[in-house]
Design a protein around this ligand. Structure first.
Ligand code: SF4
Ligand code: SF4
Length: 317
């Protein structure tokens, strides 16, 4: 599989990376062995890029795959949402210890919300600079759902790699259109930033058009790569097939899209505003203490609740 330079970092990644959120304990909760099997299959098919994060709880799955992998070490990216230098030091140590790596290729500020949030993370950036000097990480990055924040991050000299929300339908991109996000990313790449897209399948909402949505992102010159959450061998095979330009049969695409899916509300993002409850015609969402509860037996995965969520807290996984 062809590799792309991630900006000026010197890191080369395959166009497709394997995301470990959907397999993690906070989403589909694959066992360590099952998660490792999916990652290993992706590596065996030529993928060289694994994306994880402190909050996913997927380090054990990544570690198990890396222990068994006999080929060249893949590029590993991780992230943390902590703000202080001490907390970021602990986050990097946790990642190194739990993955068994001697160095993490890319360490990102996770889900930066806005200017104020970025300013509040100065300590975390300072520690990442120190960690890079010590050789504990190779490059510093940041992720965000906000186009304005991605713009700000692209102007921040310490940030070498951007990980924006980016998909064909602009699902989940806050505060700007898809075209505006595309222009921001192209300019960032032009100025030497590495860019890898998150949620090219819109957090599961494009699952029935997955091959077309992936073709779109892989054809884009706004990103160097895209990481896709994968939870099965079939998903890996389909995604690899797309990036290799193979034709995907309708039956196979339907089989992959038809895997059991369920609605998921990220309670750490949810503001409990109730908009999704009002949008659901099936009475599948009921008020809860910190976030709505889902009556999975009633949910028909129509997706009507997702676009009304101001926090992009609703996913189909
Ligand atoms: S996906 Fe549809 S049925 Fe399920 S909770 Fe959302 S609006 Fe209701
Ligand atoms: S719309 Fe989003 S933020 Fe509001 S209650 Fe539903 S999940 Fe939470």
């Amino acid at each position: 599989m062809e590799k792309y330079k991630l900006g000026a970092t010197g890191i080369e990644v395959t166009r497709l990376g394997v995301g470990s959120l959907t397999m993690s304990p906070i989403q589909r909760a694959l066992s360590v062995e099952q998660g490792a099997e999916v990652i290993l299959h992706a590596l065996a098919r030529g993928v060289n890029f694994i994306d994880t994060a402190q909050m996913y709880g997927s380090y054990p799955q990544v570690a198990a795959a890396l222990r068994q992998w006999k080929g060249e070490l893949p590029v590993v990216a991780s992230k943390s949402a902590v703000k202080s230098a001490a907390a970021m030091e602990a986050a990097v140590s946790e990642c190194l210890e739990q993955t068994g790596l001697g160095r993490v290729d890319i360490f990102l500020l996770h889900a930066v919300k806005d200017d104020e949030d970025l300013t509040a993370r100065r300590g975390a950036i300072d520690y990442l600079l120190e960690a890079r000097k010590k050789g504990l990480i190779k490059a510093i990055g940041a992720s965000s759902h906000s186009a304005r924040t991605i713009q700000r991050l692209s102007e921040t000299p310490e940030i070498e790699v951007l990980h924006p929300m980016y998909n064909r339908d602009g699902i989940g991109i806050l505060d700007a259109s898809l075209d505006e996000m595309t222009a921001i990313l192209k300019a960032a790449r032009h100025h030497g930033k590495g860019v890898y897209a998150m949620k090219p399948l819109g957090g599961g909402h494009l699952r029935n058009e997955a091959a077309a949505a992936l073709r779109w992102v892989f054809a884009s010159d706004a990103v160097d790569a895209a990481v896709v959450g994968m939870t099965s061998i079939d998903e890996v095979d389909m995604n690899v097939g797309v990036v290799m330009g193979e034709s995907i049969s309708e039956d196979f695409a339907e089989k992959v899209a038809g895997q059991p899916r369920r609605l998921f509300i990220n309670s750490s993002l949810c503001r409990n505003c109730g908009a999704c409850i009002r949008a659901c015609q099936q009475q599948a969402l009921i008020p809860g203490e910190n976030s709505p509860s889902i009556e999975h037996g009633r949910c028909i995965l129509c997706g009507y609740c997702a676009p009304v969520c101001p926090m992009f807290a609703i996913r189909i996984v």
